[in-house]
Ligand binder design. Structure first.
Ligand code: G3P
Length: 218
């Protein structure tokens, strides 16, 4: 499974990139707004830090506007993936951009039917938002299972399932069980993946016992 980090916070991205665990980054207009910085500077910094796909979302809701904004975004760095909403104009833009060779991430996916449309539009990635479905009492992870099953039925569907709106480590584990190709994870949740109290307890015991030997590995 590939891990993308879901943030536009360049300090967080730089810190996590050092772990060697980051395969890409996803941003969205809300995450970008939180930075308080010019989007061009933020995206250029992120793309220089993480060589994998960096998703940057258009703000236009119209086909022509999306194409124009996509060209601006793609001009920032070669590893930009253009994010478009799962709307008729968004999928029309997805088709055109993918035909031009762009990476396209179709976002705000909440149903298997929508995911099929994204795959038919030639999306590189489709982003089902599992946390937001859970938030309204639906089964977000079942959406992942359904999409993975459907995509697996057609070898010409090349779209990668980019599991998004991840709220906790179990979302990551269950998404992997479901066969999601990528999880985009908030920085705090990524860090939680490392944690287990028995690891901490076991390491402390090893170090305590080792210190009694008086030896140094040198
Ligand atoms: O950035 C896309 C998605 O991961 C955002 O999810 O629900 O945390 O805003 P959410």
């Amino acid at each position: 499974m590939k891990f993308f980090v879901d943030t536009a916070d360049t300090a967080e991205i730089k810190s996590l990139a050092a772990s060697g665990l980051l395969d890409g980054v996803t941003t969205n207009p809300s995450l970008m707004a939180k930075t308080g910085k010019k989007f061009q500077d933020v995206l250029a910094d992120i793309c220089a830090t993480v060589p994998g796909p960096v998703s940057a979302e258009v703000a236009s809701t119209e086909f022509d506007g999306m194409l124009a904004e996509a060209r601006v975004l793609r001009g920032i760095a070669k590893n930009i993936a253009v994010k478009v909403p799962l709307t008729p104009d968004g999928l029309r833009a997805c088709r055109r951009l993918s035909e031009e060779g762009a990476m396209v991430n179709v976002t705000l996916c909440f149903s298997p039917a929508q995911a099929i449309l994204a795959a038919k539009a030639g999306a590189t990635f489709v982003s089902p938002f599992i946390g937001r479905l859970d938030d309204v009492g639906e089964d977000g992870m079942q959406l992942i299972r359904d999409i993975v099953t459907i995509f697996g039925n057609y070898d010409y569907f090349k779209t990668q399932v980019l599991v998004a709106s991840v709220r906790n480590p179990m979302h990551v584990v269950e998404a992997a069980k479901a066969g999601g190709h990528i999880c985009t994870v908030p920085p705090a949740v990524l860090r939680q993946l490392f944690n287990h109290p028995l690891t901490d307890k076991g390491l402390a015991a090893f170090l305590a016992d080792w210190s009694k030997t008086g030896q140094r590995i040198a």
